[in-house]
Design a protein around this ligand. Structure first.
Ligand SMILES: C[S@@+](CC[C@H](N)C(=O)[O-])C[C@H]1O[C@@H](n2cnc3c(N)ncnc32)[C@H](O)[C@@H]1O
Length: 360
């Protein structure tokens, strides 16, 4: 943890040599060492009668990871049943060297309440009828499995999933109870993989936004709405912007449910499907902008817009401190006044970092 903190501070200091001595670094947020991952991306190997779920070795042979301690008990209980289902439904594991077989991956997500979403990533729809036929067997053994889908990845390439998603259950979202807010995880939408830290991150950022008495807030790269929905308050207008349309639909649904539950301000939370950089152009700046981009960062164009927009406070949450620092370097009028490292990915060199910027 100390190494991660040192690296983060060094990157910010190098990007902002004049300001970084004024940055207050809060105590890093520590994750549980095991059982913290809410999403398992399991590669299927072996044979239909003796499948492995885990990863592939250097020779593309399956290595079973169903006992991996990164996953909690709900996922650990599900893996052997999912592996048995491969045999029951005759889902032939995909053999990379031979380019034969069907089932490539099983992606499983668990909600804080222990409900599950399982996605079978296959080369084609060849196994669809068998999946449907044997689904009652699976649901009988995993009663908390509420969303099951078939995802089609026809290409022989190093991708986790394809474009086509066929939902096999009545429900198509997994409800993630984050405390004040229930997010809807959709099969293809981004979801933070460490739910406990994500929940604390959203609450932390909502607190920072409240300090500034903001009445207008944007959440750029909002995904299914985690930051935006935690910032809902009476008298505040919020807009979440996200390029993935399915995530926007999920965020709108959560906002509607909050409004139905009588949460003040929820009706003033809107979500738009758009490219964040294109969307901001020509609009008057809000009181606060939250950004939580993919690893590539917000990039020079959006950084330049924020820099010249006049916006007084920005919260930048990032899973890549290198691009975070680069973007901070492109916004010299906004000083990093406070930061916090969140150890979302223990046992790796990765981490989340959140920084509050204020106009000098
Ligand atoms: C790191 S995730 C953050 C999601 C969300 N803030 C959360 O906490 O779950 C980045 C999100 O940015 C979205 N995205 C990628 N490129 C984008 C763009 N050009 N404009 C808007 N959203 C984009 C992705 O689909 C993804 O949902």
């Amino acid at each position: 943890m100390e190494t991660k903190q040192r690296r983060l501070e060094a990157l910010v200091a190098a990007a902002r040599p004049g300001d970084s001595s004024h940055t207050v670094w809060l105590e890093p947020m520590v994750s549980a060492e095991s059982g913290f991952r809410s999403k398992a991306k399991m590669v299927v190997g072996g044979t239909v009668d003796d499948p492995t779920v885990g990863i592939l070795d250097a020779d593309d042979r399956g290595v079973d990871l169903r006992l991996c301690p990164l996953y909690g008990t709900d996922l650990a209980r599900a893996f052997p049943i999912l592996a048995e289902f491969i045999t029951v439904a005759r889902l032939e594991p995909y053999d990379i060297p031979a380019r034969k077989g069907e089932l490539k991956h099983i992606i499983v997500t668990v909600s804080p309440g222990g409900e599950l979403m399982a996605r079978f990533v296959t080369r084609s729809t060849e196994s669809l009828a068998r999946l449907r036929k044997h689904l009652p067997w699976l649901l009988d053994r995993l009663p908390r499995l509420v969303v099951v889908t078939l995802n089609v990845l026809p290409e022989h390439k190093a991708a986790l999933e394809g474009q086509q998603e066929i939902v096999l259950t009545e429900l198509d979202t997994l409800r993630m109870d984050m405390g004040r807010v229930t997010l809807h995880a959709r099969p293809q939408s981004f979801l933070q993989t460490n739910t406990d830290i994500a929940r604390r991150l959203y609450a932390l950022v909502a607190g920072w936004v409240d300090e500034g008495a903001a009445t207008t807030v944007w959440d750029l790269y909002c995904g299914v709405g985690g930051f935006a929905l935690h910032c809902v308050r009476e008298g505040r207008t919020i807009v979440g912007v996200e390029s993935a349309e399915q995530a926007v639909i999920a965020a709108r649904r959560s906002a509607r449910e909050m409004a139905d539950a009588g949460q003040p301000g929820a009706l003033e939370a809107a979500f738009e499907a758009a490219d964040a950089t294109a969307w901001v152009r020509g609009r008057p700046a809000p009181d606060v902008v939250i950004v939580n981009p993919p690893r590539r960062g917000i990039g020079p164009e959006l950084a330049e817009w924020i820099e010249s927009s006049g916006v007084r406070r920005v919260v930048y949450s990032s899973c890549n401190a290198v691009t975070l620092a680069k973007d901070l370097g492109a916004m010299p009028s906004l000083a990093p006044v406070r930061g916090r490292l969140l150890d979302m990915f223990p046992h790796t060199e990765h981490y989340e970092a959140v920084v509050l910027l204020e106009r000098v």
